[in-house]
Each structure stands twice: as structure tokens, then as C-alpha cells.
Write a protein that binds this ligand. Structure first.
Ligand SMILES: NC(=O)c1ccc[n+]([C@@H]2O[C@H](COP(=O)([O-])OP(=O)(O)OC[C@H]3O[C@@H](n4cnc5c(N)ncnc54)[C@H](O)[C@@H]3O)[C@@H](O)[C@H]2O)c1
Ligand SMILES: N[C@H](C(=O)O)[C@H](O)COP(=O)(O)O
Length: 350
């Protein structure tokens, strides 16, 4: 993607019954320089409720201003949260509960922002968390942002979803991981470990991180089975599928190594002060294999980036946290990191 850094950035509302509106309000309040030129693609009423919740007793709430167009984000008064109302105002929703109405609001915000990004009107979208059960209750036929954005991008360029392969990357300062499969059952994830899927993951990882690092990434590949199959004793997927995909990628010039035992490859890829990492990124064979190590390092630090899209999309690495929604306790650090990453990617290209 080209340099789009002079355009505004949309932060999508997320599920209004979750912590999305609260962490967005905190990000605007606590990081005014970083959020300059950003706006909320969402719902005024939800953002006003969030700022009232966060206001100290006896003090006015942080101001929320309605804008008429994305470009107006730059003209909003400093210290105010610009909101573009991108859907019909929702009815009352219970905080911390799954509802189809909240799912519809969350989906409408993402759809609006995806289309604006694809039309080149915004530099990036940063998505506050949505609840997947609410999304399904609203009748949205995709499990999460990643698949919804993939479908929108494919429709925009007039191709099939299969011709628009995307991958989920989670990253923090110490570790990056890219997943072969995302929101499917563990049984389906094992079936998804095919030569084509592994090779495609390696190609997307290489192309995306080359744009970020300015050089070829060193990719470590996790096995599927304990101890990467231990020479076939604990499963043959490494021998029959993963090694051939790695060899094919190496023949294309990629700097790929493995498969390694999944229980130690993340430790080897972790960059720490005084201890350089062996790999820039780990390709993980399924969702939890890759996401547990990143989230375990701190849910406040990780950023979710969708690789392979013709737009920049980042997100916090946590969900809607219904258990603390409406208490004002939610930490906005991961959202702030996602914003910082979106700005970097919009400037350097992805
Ligand atoms: N980017 C996204 O849209 C995204 C990401 C992850 C999960 N989800 C969805 O969110 C919903 C709830 O998922 P979950 O309960 O498994 O995970 P979760 O991340 O919402 O919550 C897990 C735990 O972490 C805590 N937590 C999460 N974010 C926090 C924050 N910012 N500050 C303080 N504590 C925080 C919660 O209180 C909870 O105890 C699910 O539908 C899931 O699919 C969405
Ligand atoms: N798999 C992500 C996580 O656990 O953090 C999360 O479900 C978000 O997925 P989308 O970005 O596709 O909504």
C-alpha cells in the first residue's frame, strides 16, 4: 500500500455493550498527540455514555463532537472526541451482555470503515473489539473482523474470497506470530494444515514483514504435534506436509526454518534486552498455539494486524471484556499500541 499518512484514521466503535467505547475514550483523553486526526466510526450516544462513565465526580465529561465527514477529524477541537455516526442510532442495550443489536452496531461500524479504507478515504482502521456471538446473532455471516474484511476487500476488487488470502498476526515488542488458520474448531484447524495453506502463510508472512522490516524476515515454523512429531513417533504432519511446504518456500528464496517443537520455538523467537531472537516471526499452525504466547506476555501490549489486505487494519489483542464493561477499569494500552502500529504501517506501507 502507498503512503496514506495524511488521511484520517477510523477507530471503529466495537461492541457497544463491551469495553470498546471506554477504551476509545481513554485513548483520546490520554494520548492526544497520537489520536490527532483520528475519529470514531460509530455511534454518538455510545461514546457520550462512555465519557460520562469516565468523568470524575463533579467534573464535566470529556467532550464528544459529531463530525459530518471523515476529513473533518482534523478540524475537531483539540481535547474532543470526533465521532462520525455511521449507522442508525441503536436502542438501549444492556452493558456486558450479548445482543443482536450490539452486534449489528459493531458490524456496521467495521463495514463503513472497511469501505472508506478501500475507497482511499482513510489511512487505516483500528478496530475496537466486537463480540463474535453478538455478530452471529446479528446475522453477520463471518466469525470476526478478519474474515469480514477479507470478504469486503475481495468484493471491492471483484475477486473471490479464495483469491484474497489473509492471515492474522499478533505482535508485541518481543514476539510476532502468524497463524495458518484462525476462527475454526481445533479439528478443522488440524485439517487446515495442508501444503498449500502452510506455503501461503509463509508467503504472506514474508511479503508483509519485508515491507515492515525492509529486509527478508527470519521465519521460524512451529510443528503441529508435540516435539514437532519427534521423527514421526507423535504424528506425521511435519514429515508429510510442513517440511515440504518449508522446502518449497526456501526454493522461492524465503528465509524459513523448522518445523520446531511448538513448546520452545516461541521462546527462541522472543526478543529481549541482551538476548537477540533467532527469528523475526513464528508461523503457528493454529489460533491458540500462536496467540497464547503473545497474550501471555501481556494483554496490554499486543496488537492484532491483518496481513494480506489492500488496507491497513490493526486491533487490540483482547476482546470485549464483558466482565468489566461499564466499570471504567478497562486498560486502553493495547488499543493505543494498535493506533501507533496503524500509523507506522500507513506511513511505511504494508
Ligand atoms: N479484536 C477483537 O474484536 C477481539 C479480540 C479478542 C476476542 N474478541 C472477542 O471478545 C469476546 C470476549 O472474549 P474473551 O472473554 O475470551 O476475552 P477478553 O479479552 O474479552 O477477556 C479476557 C480477560 O481479559 C480481561 N481484559 C480484556 N481486555 C482488557 C482490558 N483492556 N483491560 C483490562 N482487562 C482486560 C477481561 O476482563 C477478562 O478477564 C469474544 O466474543 C471474543 O471472540 C474480540
Ligand atoms: N483471534 C483474535 C484474538 O483472539 O485476539 C480475535 O478473535 C479477533 O479476531 P478478529 O480480529 O478477526 O476479530
Amino acid at each position: 500500500m502507498s503512503n496514506t499518512s495524511s488521511l484520517p484514521i477510523a477507530i471503529t466503535l466495537g461492541d457497544p455493550a463491551g469495553i470498546g467505547p471506554e477504551i476509545i475514550a481513554k485513548a483520546f483523553r490520554d494520548a492526544p498527540t497520537l489520536t490527532r486526526g483520528c475519529f470514531v466510526a460509530g455511534d454518538l450516544g455510545s461514546m457520550r455514555r462512555a465519557t460520562q462513565l469516565l468523568a470524575a465526580p463533579g467534573r464535566p465529561a470529556w467532550p464528544v463532537v459529531e463530525i459530518a465527514d471523515a476529513a473533518d477529524a482534523f478540524d475537531a477541537p483539540p481535547n474532543a472526541i470526533p465521532v462520525l455516526q455511521v449507522m442508525a442510532p441503536p436502542g438501549v442495550m444492556a452493558v456486558g451482555e450479548v445482543s443482536a443489536e450490539a452486534g449489528r452496531v459493531a458490524a456496521d461500524a467495521v463495514l463503513w470503515a472497511a469501505r472508506a479504507a478501500l475507497r482511499g478515504e482513510i489511512a487505516a482502521l483500528v478496530t475496537a473489539p466486537l463480540h463474535k456471538e453478538a455478530l452471529a446473532a446479528a446475522g453477520v455471516p463471518y466469525p470476526g473482523h478478519t474474515e469480514l474484511l477479507q470478504a469486503e476487500a475481495a468484493a471491492h476488487v471483484g475477486t473471490s474470497i479464495a483469491q484474497m488470502p489473509v492471515r492474522m498476526m499478533l505482535a508485541n515488542d518481543e514476539l510476532r506470530t502468524v497463524l495458518v488458520s484462525i476462527h475454526v474448531s481445533l479439528r478443522q484447524a488440524i485439517e487446515a494444515v495442508t501444503f498449500d495453506n502452510v506455503l501461503q502463510t509463509l508467503r504472506i508472512t514474508d511479503a508483509s514483514l519485508r515491507a515492515v522490516l525492509g529486509r527478508r524476515p527470519r521465519i521460524g515454523v512451529a510443528g503441529l504435534n508435540p516435539h514437532a512429531g519427534e521423527g514421526g513417533l507423535f504424528g506425521r504432519e511435519e514429515i508429510d506436509t510442513i517440511v515440504p511446504a518449508i522446502e518449497a518456500a526456501r526454493a522461492e528464496g524465503l528465509d524459513v526454518h523448522g518445523p520446531y517443537a511448538p513448546d520452545t520455538v516461541f521462546m527462541r523467537a522472543r526478543a529481549q534486552a541482551g538476548r537477540p531472537s533467532e527469528f523475526d516471526v513464528v508461523v503457528a499452525m493454529y489460533h491458540d498455539q500462536g496467540l497464547i504466547p503473545v497474550k501471555y506476555l501481556g494483554v496490554d501490549k499486543g496488537v492484532n494486524v491483518t496481513l494480506g489486505l489492500p488496507l491497513v487494519r490493526t486491533s487490540p489483542d483482547h476482546g470485549t471484556a464483558f466482565d468489566i464493561a461499564g466499570t471504567g477499569r478497562a486498560d486502553a494500552a493495547s488499543l493505543t499500541e494498535a493506533l501507533r502500529m496503524a500509523r507506522r504501517l500507513a506511513t511505511r506501507g504494508l
